[in-house]
Ligand binder design. Structure first.
Ligand code: FAD
Length: 440
């Protein structure tokens, strides 16, 4: 065991995997979580969010030996199925080869599995119901409130802030000089809805796909669960007549207009509308992510993104892998933290933009003919030149290509695809002219 006193704040997806990775390297870790243990208590206000995990997240989970278990507990999604207003369906594969698929997994189920993994490691001490209130940067003392009651204080040499988008550790850093922070709330919120299984337990829609009802200003998506149900998420503008004020009765009318085929599958629409809270979606950017070798932010605490590329958790887990890789090569934690923070930041910023752009793509472009043609051309170019031309979605979702590099490469490829498309049209026109001339 090393003699560093280490705290990981936040026992979500990122914090648990980080704690396991550190424990596997011989460090004693105190994992501090404000909520009760989700495996033993129902957490109030908890939402049944499903996550799409892909290459980056699974790669990090493999480092703590849990990737297979996670794949087994999830449901594969091989493509997306678009539902138009008339209920007609269009299928788009996610990848370029059959092995390319996402894994739909319950966030709570995954979190519980990761907590079990922490519990199996004697080097990890877990404290639930401990909310971090403040941090003394000079002494490394953390002030925690236990179960909403008394405060306790404990000292650490290293504190990892894995405490999510509204991180208390980051808020402490925000009170230091030269710390940049910005947050942007999306003008759309979300509400979770359940599409239950059929009476015989079977799925009511194709299970191995993510379903989308794109409607330009808003959309509904649904991800499969292993029990035959789907978790639906309605993304809708917060303002105007919109999501926050939408009463349960009007919800049925709106669904009848916009998502008629889904409405048939959600018997408890009114109850769910009434009972489920409206979630907010935020992008945060901050720097620096570390304070010498004493504090490091990871996951949503460092870079929360909107969920439309399905990458928030994947990116947080990839952070963990990148941090552990650095700690494997040096004892100089200050250098390791700074190197991670500086080199990763542009990629987190690029992901934030990709996620925002993908919202427009998902709720609007996926329904357009031009988009579907572009996708076909991209797939065709990839088949023709597999190493030179890789679709952006493939790079982001099925490889570890750093996000900013993927975005830059995609811009170059898009120019090429545009030239190819124009050339094809010109050749077609030319052939037509020649044929017409010959016929005459
Ligand atoms: P969190 O999961 O937020 O965990 C932080 C933990 O810290 C929590 O357990 C919290 O209770 C604890 N904590 C907070 N404050 C304190 C404190 N003061 N003291 C002690 N503990 C504290 N990502 C994907 O990769 N794929 C998807 O398909 C996907 N879909 C999403 C859909 C929606 C609707 C949303 C909202 C997000 C989605 N995400 C997705 C993003 C993903 O949920 C997050 O990126 C991921 O959960 C971040 O993990 P984290 O561990 O960094 O933070």
């Amino acid at each position: 065991m090393s003699d560093r006193r280490i705290a990981v704040i936040g026992a979500g997806l990122t914090g648990t995997v980080l704690a396991m990775g550190l424990a596997d390297r011989g460090h004693a870790v105190h994992l501090v979580e404000r909520r009760p243990d989700p495996r033993r208590a129902h957490v109030d206000g908890d939402r049944s969010i499903n996550l799409a995990l892909s290459h980056r997240g699974l790669s990090a989970l493999a480092k703590v030996g849990l990737d297979r278990q996670v794949v087994d507990m999830g449901t594969p999604m091989r493509g997306r199925i678009m539902h138009d207003r008339a209920g007609d369906l269009t299928y788009q594969p996610y990848g370029t080869v059959p092995e390319h698929h996402l894994v739909s997994v319950s966030r709570n189920g995954l979190n519980s599995l990761l907590l079990d993994g922490c519990e199996l490691r004697p080097g990890i001490e877990m404290s639930f119901g401990h909310r971090v209130l403040d941090l003394d940067l000079d002494t490394g003392t953390i002030e925690m409130q236990v179960d909403g009651g008394a405060d306790v204080h404990r000292r650490y040499d290293v504190v990892f802030g894995a405490d999510g988008a509204f991180s208390a550790v980051r808020q402490r850093l925000q009170r230091t000089a030269n710390f940049d922070f910005e947050q942007d709330f999306l003008e759309h919120g979300y509400k979770e809805l359940t599409i239950p299984s059929a009476a015989d337990g079977s799925y009511q829609m194709e299970p191995e796909a993510l379903h989308i009802w794109p409607r330009r200003s808003h959309m509904l998506i649904a991800l499969p669960n292993p029990d035959g149900s789907f978790t639906g998420t309605l993304f809708w503008p917060l303002e105007g007549d919109r999501l926050r004020d939408l009463d349960a009765g009007r919800a049925r009318d709106l669904f009848a207009d916009d998502f008629a085929d889904a409405l048939e599958l959600i018997p408890d629409l009114e109850e769910e509308f009434r009972d489920h809270p409206v979630g907010n979606l935020v992008t945060t950017r901050c720097a620096p992510w570390n304070l010498d070798d004493r504090i490091l932010l990871v996951g949503d605490a460092a870079h929360a993104v909107v969920p439309f590329y399905g990458q928030g958790a994947n990116a947080g887990l990839e952070d963990v892998e990148l941090v552990l890789d650095r700690l494997d090569t040096t004892d100089d934690w200050e250098r390791a933290f700074a190197d991670f923070a500086v080199s990763r930041k542009p990629h987190a910023d690029a992901l934030a933009q990709l996620a925002l752009d993908n919202y427009v793509e998902m709720r609007d472009h996926v329904a357009s003919r031009w988009f579907l043609w572009r996708q076909r051309i991209e797939r065709w170019l990839h088949r023709l030149l597999p190493h030179q031309f890789v679709p952006l979605y493939t790079m982001v979702t099925f490889t570890s290509t750093p996000y900013a590099d993927a975005a830059e490469r995609a811009r170059r490829q898009q120019r090429i695809a545009g030239v190819v498309a124009v050339t094809l049209v010109l050749v077609a026109v030319l052939v037509l002219i020649v044929v017409l001339a010959l016929v005459r």
